[in-house]
Write a protein that binds this ligand. Structure first.
Ligand SMILES: Nc1ncnc2c1ncn2[C@@H]1O[C@H](COP(=O)(O)OP(=O)(O)OP(=O)(O)O)[C@@H](O)[C@H]1O
Ligand SMILES: [Mg+2]
Length: 251
């Protein structure tokens, strides 16, 4: 019995224009297990965002399969796929994608309202989520009034609002300095463990692979290296939720 939430099988993605056919993913295979933390590592243009968009059902593969609990997601109806995106996937986008005219609180309320919750419930729950990401005091700020690290916290809260089973984070620390990036990673790991989620995140920085159970190195649309770690490297203490910068020991 396969204990994977997600199995990616021979996934191919090409983009065609008049001039050429661009092969972005040329037949990749990998799995995400229950509770597993997977890092997709690769340089710019290697196909990381494309892979995540396919996993989330935002984009359609040219060929190949993505099985979620052994069901092929791209064979579903659009409605079923939307339900999957809304209820099972928490997506943290590379460019935040916060609605600029809505407050931090309102941005987090959106997935709850989409799921059919009342406005009162959504507001109350979104306040709790803001507190859980350490941003309780910024509820009424617009995105433009937040720092990049704070915006990312809003994105994290929005992504977990509907208690997804899988968190998909596209370069969650990409625009942040090392300390702020570490804080965000620490927050993500804490939430993943607390809510019993799986997580796949992308990065171009090998430093950020240290908390992953599995590292997939993507190069020009192919998997160059696939490492399953028995134990993530020291650097994150699962008991205390401490992310230890630079692989320091816990003392
Ligand atoms: N809609 C599209 N149409 C045509 N080409 C695309 C499209 N989306 C992505 N590509 C191309 O696919 C390749 C992979 O893009 P992708 O965004 O997946 O890379 P990435 O690994 O996420 O890079 P980065 O680290 O810069 O975010 C790039 O060459 C990009 O130009
Ligand atoms: Mg990208």
């Amino acid at each position: 019995m396969d204990d994977s939430y997600i199995s990616v099988k021979n996934l191919i993605k090409t983009y065609s224009s008049k001039a050429e056919e661009l092969v972005v993913l040329s037949g990749i295979n990998f799995k995400i297990g229950r509770g597993e933390i997977v890092c997709l590592l690769g340089t710019s243009g290697s196909g990381k965002t494309t892979t995540l968009n396919l996993l989330a059902g935002i984009d359609k593969p040219t060929a190949g399969k993505i099985l979620y609990d052994e069901n092929e997601i791209h064979s579903w109806t659009l409605n079923h796929l939307s339900e999957y995106r809304l209820n099972e996937i928490g997506f943290i986008f590379q460019d935040f994608y916060l609605l600029e005219h809505l407050t931090a609180l309102e941005n987090i309320m959106i997935p709850l309202i989409l799921r059919g919750e009342t406005e009162d419930f959504a507001k109350e729950y979104a306040v709790d989520l803001l507190h859980s990401v350490g941003l309780g005091r910024k509820a009424l700020n617009l995105p433009q009034e937040l720092s990049s690290g704070e915006k990312q916290r809003v994105c994290v809260a929005r992504a977990i609002a509907n208690s997804p089973s899988i968190l998909i984070a596209d370069e969650p620390t990409g625009t942040l300095d090392t300390k702020t990036g570490d804080d965000i990673m620490e927050l993500l790991l804490k939430l993943v463990q607390k809510n019993k989620m799986s997580m796949i995140y992308t990065s171009h920085d090998p430093y950020l692979t240290k908390v992953a159970d599995k590292i997939i190195v993507l190069q020009k649309g192919k998997i160059k290296k696939y490492t399953q770690k028995e134990f993530p490297e020291v650097g994150y203490d699962k008991e205390s939720f401490q992310f230890l910068v630079g692989g320091e020991s816990g003392e």
